[in-house]
Ligand binder design. Structure first.
Ligand code: AMP
Ligand code: ZN
Length: 113
């Protein structure tokens, strides 16, 4: 997707603060952190959101969640963390490339919405 921000970040066309990468996944620090640790985990494959997942592409999401667990250990989030994936306008999804927010490093607010 030539006009996708996260595809451009994955391709190195836009700089990012990388925390992890492998053949399927790229992860970097959110530019506007909402917690002491705020990392975005994205599949290299362009998938619009969780709403676009099916049996043909769900392995990419599974690889992302495996990376989430690895990154949480790497970042020392032993006290816990939250994983969020906004899908669609009602959820406030601003970048239409599937991503999982890792939020942690403090006691998070109890309400999720
Ligand atoms: P969402 O609102 O769930 O679509 O999340 C998109 C996230 O991308 C927001 O938390 C933004 O702060 C973050 N973001 C936007 N542009 C960049 C960028 N260039 N580098 C890192 N994070 C970004
Ligand atoms: Zn993309």
């Amino acid at each position: 997707m030539s006009d996708c921000l996260f595809c451009k970040i994955i391709a190195g066309e836009i700089p990012s603060a990388k925390v992890y990468e492998d053949e399927n996944v790229y992860a970097f620090r959110d530019i506007q952190p909402q917690a002491p640790t705020h990392i975005l985990v994205v599949p290299r494959e362009h998938i619009e959101s969780v709403a676009a997942l099916d049996e043909s592409n769900s392995a990419a999401a599974a690889r992302c969640l495996e990376a989430v667990a690895r990154i949480a250990r790497q970042e020392g989030l032993s006290g816990g963390f939250r994983v969020v994936s906004n899908a669609g306008d009602d959820a406030g999804q601003t970048v239409k490339h599937l991503h999982f927010h890792i939020l942690g490093g403090c006691r998070l607010v109890d309400k999720m919405a």
